[in-house]
Structures are given as C-alpha cells and as structure tokens.
Design a protein around this ligand. Structure first.
Ligand code: CAA
Length: 420
C-alpha cells in the first residue's frame, strides 16, 4: 500500500441479515408478533462492534479513528450523524475522530477505504462498520428511498421500483447483445439461494430456489415492474433483498497488529485497492460495468496480480444480471460469457473461482451500508476457515471484492491476500 505502510484486516463481526422471508423476521403473521421487535439500527451496530472487539481482542482505547458506511438512515430510521452513533458504541471511543461515509450501496466500501487511508497516513488501529435498516417501510416506499442512488430527477420516472427497472434495462440489453437466455441468468439466483441455505446469517437461509422457479413467472415470483417495456426483464427472484444488518471489522498497521498480539498468519492483507467513480448524469454501455472494471483493474495492479490469480470473489449482485457483468468486469469471463461460467458451476462453492459463497446480495441479503464491509470480512472468514457449511476447501491465497454504488457509478474494489 502507499507509503510502504501495510494494512491488515484483523477480524470482525457480522449480524444476521434479516427481512421479509427470514424465519426470525417479525411481521404481523409471525408467532412472536407483539412480543418481540426486529433489532433497531442502534442495536445492530452495537452488536457487531461488541463482537468485533471480542473476536479480535481489541482494546477500544487503542482505536485511533472510526468510520461507518450508511446510505439513507435519515429516510428509513430518521437518523443521520452516524459517526457519532459509532462513537456511542463504547465509552472509550469518546472524543476520537469518527465519520460517516456515503456513496449509495458503496457506502461501506468507502468507509473501508477511509480506514485504509488513515493507516497509510500514519494511524495504527481503525474500526470500520456499516449498517442499514430498511424494513421500516414497504418495498415500494423503500424503492423511492433507494432511488436516491440514481440520478433522481432524470431516472425516478422509469418505474416506482427504480433500481429493479435500471437493471431490467441492463438485462434487456445484455440478453440482446449476447443471446443469453432467461434460464442461463436464473442459475445466478439458484446459486445465491443455495449458498444462503448453508449460511446461518443469511436473509434467505430458509428459502429454496430451483431453476424451474427462477425461470418461471407466477404469483410467487412475479414480474413486478409497471414499466411495460421493462416488465418482462425482472422477476422477484432476480432481486437482492431489502435487508437489515450490520458489519464491523478492525484494520491495523504492522504496529497495530503487534498491539493486538496477533501474527500476520492470523490476518489478511489489503494488498491493493481500486476506487473509481463515473458521472451520475451519464449512463454508459448497458451491457457491461465499465466503472467496476476500472476499479478492479486498479486493485489488481496495486496488488501485482491478474484475474488468473483470484481464488475467490465477493461481488455486488444487486440483481442476477449484475453478478454476470461483475464476473466479466473481474476478468473471470469474457464479455457475455459470465452466464456460461455460472451455469458450468465455476463460480459455485466447489468451483474453480467461487463467487459470493455466503449467498451474495440476493441470498445473504443487502443491508446497503453494511454490504461493503461484509464483502472483505467474508473473504477474511473464508481465508481463515470460519465459514462452516459454506467453507471453500483448499488453500485460498487471493480474494477480490467489488462493491458498487448506484448503476455502476461509485465502485470500491479490494485485492486481499491471505498470509497464512
Ligand atoms: N403479481 C403481480 N405483482 C405483484 C405480485 C403478484 N403476485 N406480488 C407483488 N406484486 C407487486 C406489487 O405491485 C407490489 O407492490 P405493492 O404491494 O406496493 O403494490 C410489488 O410487487 C412488491 O411486492 P412486495 O412488497 O410484496 O414484495 P417484497 O416485499 O417481497 O419485495 C422486491 C420484493 C420488490 C423484489 C424487493 O425485494 C426489492 O425491492 N428488492 C430490490 C432492492 C433494491 O433495489 N436494492 C438496491 C439494489 S441496487 C444497488 O445495490 C446499488 C445502489 O446504490 C442502490
């Protein structure tokens, strides 16, 4: 990393990601309705910070700075000013520098980068977190809030479900350009739900998905857009979840590592980062994620690796087609060939390059501000053999992440090296 100062992930914690469809999620027909509430944003954040401190053996006094990713707490929870909320999770954090980062669904990724920059600038121990609670509103109202990640004035009119519509538009373009079928795209959903079924923290831990369901339109899997032209190109099974959740991790320098009493083998190294942003006002080629490809190329270059070195990846599958475009942006497949890679099982847990082993945004869930922290933490957990039933077998040396805000607008990519 810059200044020759190395950056390590020492560990961290994830809450369960929950929402509609999760067995513990309280709604009016849940047996616990009226006796138990879903966790608040404050409770989720507190839980992951406490657990991250225990997991890593962190002395809270040693934290030099804190950063948190959150997209629209003001809208879903009437709560902004999240830097101060993070400080509120432990008395020892009082008066330390802390800030909230916002870049739509890449908010967590930006908080992580702020931590990396702080270490490059001379700090030794940084706490980074991400949180979002979205189930305080219906999916339709939530879609309006999430549409703030698009160019609202220009794109909100596309459909009340603006983001599903933006990616239906990409699905239409991708299928036309490369002759990819609905069935081929459906394999992304089958993999996502199948992986989530093995992951006790996943939003879709209990929901099954077969290729027949993923490819059929019916009462339980409707095409739900009102925009007639885009309507056929997205079904519920193609979408990421509206989830509540939080994640936190500890970033350290070499000196910070010593203070924790850990060795390099206990950690993973952030060997390269890429951060690319394209104009909110201009939409590029709908068949590929050019900003993502740019950020990933920077991360590879900084780490001195290429796509062929990658052992596993965590990518931003906000919709099924997005995962295909993501694996192409990573260079794991040529343009238009991501679907074949997925169908052949190459991105499965036991495939040559596992992608989104815990279920991704579709299966694990997508509490927006937490996603960009969850991704590197999942790479860490896989590399350290902590993933239980969805553990990848064999040695894992290189991992790559791609966390995307908006429609390929703000992208953070991390190249992560296992040191054990
Ligand atoms: N037939 C026809 N239409 C139906 C239907 C049926 N059987 N069932 C439901 N619908 C329609 C209805 O119009 C319904 O809306 P209303 O109830 O308000 O009329 C709509 O579908 C949604 O139905 P539900 O509210 O019952 O669905 P849900 O709560 O299960 O949500 C979902 C499903 C809409 C797909 C929701 O999960 C969703 O919005 N997912 C995407 C979330 C998203 O966009 N996240 C951001 C990703 S983009 C990104 O990551 C980048 C960034 O920066 C933002």
């Amino acid at each position: 990393m810059s200044n020759g100062r190395r950056v390590f992930i020492a560990g961290g914690a994830l809450s369960s990601f929950t929402g509609k469809g999760h067995p513990d999620f309280i709604w009016k027909r849940h047996p616990d309705f009226g006796t138990r509430k879903n966790p608040s944003m404050e409770e989720l954040l507190q839980g992951v910070v406490d657990e991250a401190i225990t997991e890593t053996g962190l002395n809270p006094e040693d934290v030099d700075r804190l950063y948190i990713g959150n997209f629209v707490g003001e809208l879903f929870c009437n709560q902004g000013h999240m830097g101060a909320a993070l400080v509120g999770t432990h008395p020892a954090f009082a008066n330390k520098p802390s800030a909230r980062l916002e870049g739509a669904c890449a908010s967590g990724g930006l908080a992580f980068l702020a931590g990396v920059d702080a270490i490059a600038a001379g700090e030794d121990t940084i706490l980074v977190a991400g949180v979002e609670v979205q189930t305080t509103q219906s999916a339709r109202v939530g879609a309006d809030y999430l549409a703030r990640a698009s160019h609202y004035r220009r794109q909100r009119g596309l459909d009340e479900f603006t983001f599903p519509a933006l990616f239906a538009r990409r699905t239409q373009a991708y299928r036309a350009a490369f002759g990819v079928t609905e069935e081929e795209i459906g394999h992304v959903a089958v993999k996502a739900y199948g992986n989530a079924n093995k992951n006790p923290k996943a939003h879709m831990v209990a929901k099954k998905m077969s290729i027949e369901v993923a490819c059929s339109v019916n009462e339980r899997n409707p095409c739900f857009l009102a925009n007639e032209a885009l309507h056929p190109f997205i079904k519920m099974s193609d979408c990421s979840q509206v989830s509540d959740g939080a994640a936190a991790l500890v970033l350290v320098s070499e000196a910070g590592l010593k203070k924790l009493g850990l060795t390099e083998a206990d950690c993973v190294e952030v060997a390269g980062v890429g951060h690319s942003v394209s104009s909110l006002y201009v939409d590029g080629d709908l068949t590929q994620l050019s900003t993502t490809a740019n950020a990933v190329a920077k991360a590879y270059k900084a780490a001195g690796i290429t796509a062929s070195d990658v052992d596993l990846a965590e990518v931003h599958d906000c919709f099924t087609v997005t995962e295909l475009m993501m694996v192409e942006a990573l260079g794991l497949a040529k343009l238009g060939q991501g679907a074949a890679l997925t169908k052949d099982g190459a991105t499965a847990i036991d495939g040559s390059t596992p992608v989104n082993t815990g279920g991704g945004l579709i299966g694990f869930g997508h509490p927006v501000g937490a996603t960009g922290i969850k991704q590197p933490l999942e790479i860490f957990r896989q590399m350290k053999g902590k993933c239980g039933d969805y553990q990848v077998s064999g040695a894992l040396k290189w991992g790559i992440t791609a966390n995307m805000g908006g429609d390929d607008k703000t992208v953070v990519s991390l190249a992560i090296k296992n040191l054990s």
